[in-house]
Each structure stands twice: as C-alpha cells, then as structure tokens.
Design a protein around this ligand. Structure first.
Ligand SMILES: Nc1ncnc2c1ncn2[C@@H]1O[C@H](COP(=O)(O)OP(=O)(O)O)[C@@H](O)[C@H]1O
Ligand SMILES: [Mg+2]
Length: 364
C-alpha cells in the first residue's frame, strides 16, 4: 500500500504542495521551520482527520486562510483510492473517500494505516497507560473488523454506568442492564486485544533479540482488572468504591501493556538511546504483524530521524524499515545524514524532496 500523490493546501506554512511520492523511500529535507513536519502532518490528516501534534485543528490551518484541504491517492490491493479532507476555521469539515463523503473517521483510518515515529513516540514508555492502550488498539482496530463498533458500545455503557453511579439513589435494575452489556462487550474486547497482543509479542521478541538490552525484557498485557477474577465479580467488589467516586474504576478502559526489565519499568532502567530503540522496535513490530494478519502494508513516517538516534541506531531502524519493504517518509535537516543509512540499499527507489519556506524547491 502506498500514497501515490499528495496535494496540500493551506496546512501550516504549506500553501500549495503537490507531490508524487515514491512507493518506496521518501526523504524530506530542509532547514528548521521549512515545513518538513507539516508534510507528515498532511499525511496524518488524510488518515485521521487531525494532526499528530494534538487535536487543535485551528493551529493546523494556515494563519492567513479560512480553511485547509489535503487530497491523496492511495494505491492498495483493491486499486486506487482517492481520499480528501477539508477543515475550516469555523468548524466545518468534510472527509471523502472514493469521491463520497464518509460519515466516520474510522473509515478513513482503515484506508490509510500509518505508523509515526517522532519525539512523542517515547511516551509509549513514559506516558500513561492510555498511550499504550491506543497503541495496542491500533492493531486490534486494523485486524478485527468488529472492534470499532464494540469499542464504541463499551464507551456508551461505561458512560451510562458512571452517570447512574453519580445519582443520589441508584436504581439497581437500570444499573444491571448496562452492566450486563458492559460485561459482554468487555469480554469480547479483551479477547480481541489478547489475540492481537499474542501476535505482537511473538514478532516483537524475534525482533529485539537482535540487540543486547533485550536481556530480561518482558511485555505483558493487563486487561484492566485483577487477572484472577472475572469481570462481573470485579464490578460487584468495586461497586461501593465506584459509587463513592462516581466512575468505574476497573475495566477494559484501564488496559495497559506493561513493559518491564527484570521486574522494573523499562523507562526507569534503559538509557535514553535504548528507550528510543525499544520504541522503534515496537512500532516496527506493529507493521510486521499488521502485514502478517491483513496482507496489507502500513505507511511509516519518521520525523527528524538523525536528531532522534545516533548513527548506529539510525542504521538499525533503517534496516528494519527496509525489511518491512513498505512506503516510508523520513525527514531531516541534512540531506547527507538522511541519505547515508539507505546508501547500502540500491534496490530501493529513493526520492528526495527539498523543502524551503513551505514549498518543494527540488525533487530527485
Ligand atoms: N497556522 C500556521 N500558519 C502558517 N504557518 C505556520 C502555522 N503553524 C506553523 N507555521 C509555520 O510553519 C513552519 C513549518 O513548520 P514545520 O513543518 O514544523 O517545520 P520543520 O519540520 O521543517 O522544522 C514553521 O516555520 C511554523 O512557524
Ligand atoms: Mg519538524
């Protein structure tokens, strides 16, 4: 799967950009503030309707314009798919695929699966459980067609249960209706997550065996409640606390991937460089498992590669990306440093884009 064309209008400093990326390797270079990250953001907007820098859409629209649009053409096993997103300052938005409006952003995300490696990626180790839960759910979403509907239903049940818990007088029969549904959906979601996690773990351990610090590293899935108890039992046990606090304390909304080294949190034990590589290994694993389970490829975007890793580790990441044989977009300030790790891979079709002041001033 690859992005064959990308047209961007009025996204940050990119007033008008139209490129035809390589299906292989795209290296985007230019000075700080030239617009490199904005190009990656444009691709992200096409997949998820928003930036990876946060949900604020207004910051994404060029300051002198009322709206922005991103258009792309994706080549997939099923053929070519045109995608389009437009968003305006006053809140209007339109998302299109195959020339038709799509009602749910999940539809877009399914058409353009992306993995981003940037400085925020390290939150995967240091951030709250929600970061790791979203990471796992990315995979579950892309491999289990029924996941998204189940996840939405679970959110609705939790919201209803919480609102009942906050009332002065709790109506037992009403509570039980929502709990019964919540229990059934939680079971479903937990099973889907456990299956995806098992596939993930297997590939991950093969990959990290390639570097030494894998010694004693374990990943485990916490489903969101005590492993020795069934969820109905947990809801009974925690009822008093939940009703006092007004929310559901245990459940699938608390799931996490625990990353440990000999019993300690990986973030506390590993050096910064090792943490970066561990995160990269997790992101690469996602792509491998995704390809294995769906027969499709996801696109990788690596923002400011030279700045994030030393030379040795840059080479290792590029070797992994190369083995995935998928479309990649990598940014950096210096052309030479960006190109160096790809020089020993003559079979890859490499395209270079030089960005300056929001314009592509050179392609080769
Ligand atoms: N809403 C906006 N309108 C116009 N320019 C913007 C807006 N938001 C950010 N910029 C500018 O866009 C430029 C490109 O940013 P970015 O893509 O992050 O650069 P790079 O990744 O090349 O360092 C920056 O100079 C920034 O000041
Ligand atoms: Mg940048």
């Amino acid at each position: 799967m690859s992005l064959q064309r990308l047209v961007v209008q009025n996204l940050r400093n990119l007033t008008s950009v139209d490129i035809q990326p390589s299906s292989d390797v795209n290296l985007i270079y230019g000075q700080n503030g030239s617009g490199k990250t904005s190009i990656l953001e444009a691709i992200h907007v096409l997949s998820l309707g928003r930036s990876f820098r946060g949900p604020k859409i207004k910051a994404l629209i060029n300051e002198r314009q009322p709206d922005m649009t991103v258009f792309g053409r994706v080549a997939d096993v099923s053929g070519e798919i045109p995608l389009g997103v437009s968003r305006s300052r006053d809140g209007d938005s339109a998302f299109k695929a195959h020339g038709q409006l799509v009602s749910s952003l999940a539809e877009l995300a399914a058409l353009l699966p992306l993995q981003v490696i940037n400085s925020d990626a390290f939150l995967l180790l240091e951030g709250s459980p929600s970061v790791r839960r979203q990471f796992l759910d990315w995979l579950v979403f892309h491999v289990e067609p029924s996941f998204f509907a189940a996840w939405k239903a679970s959110q609705r049940c939790l919201k209803q249960r919480n609102s009942i818990l906050r009332r002065d007088r709790i109506e037992g029969s009403e509570l039980h209706v929502w709990e019964r549904e919540l229990i059934a959906i939680s079971e479903q979601i937990s099973q889907m997550r456990a299956k995806a996690f098992a596939a993930f773990s297997e590939v991950f351990h093969q990959l990290i065996d390639e570097f030494v610090m894998a010694d004693g590293l374990t990943l485990s899935l916490y489903r969101g409640w005590d492993k020795d108890k069934a969820y109905p039992e947990v809801l009974v046990d925690t009822f008093e606390r939940d009703s006092r606090l007004g929310y559901t304390g245990a459940g699938i909304h608390r799931a996490d991937i625990r990353i440990r080294i000999k019993g300690h949190a990986a973030a506390d034990v590993l050096s910064r460089g090792q943490q970066k590589l561990l995160v990269c290994a997790m992101k690469i694993t996602q792509g491998v498992v995704f390809a294995k389970l769906t027969g499709r490829q996801c696109i990788y975007m690596v923002d400011d590669l030279p700045a994030e890793l030393d030379e040795h580790h840059r080479q290792l990441l590029v070797d992994w990306l190369d083995r995935l044989n998928t479309q990649v977009f990598v940014t950096g300030v210096e052309q030479a440093a960006l190109l160096a790790p790809w020089l020993n891979k003559p079979e890859r079709d490499i395209k270079l884009f030089h960005v300056e002041h929001g314009k592509i001033i050179g392609q080769e």
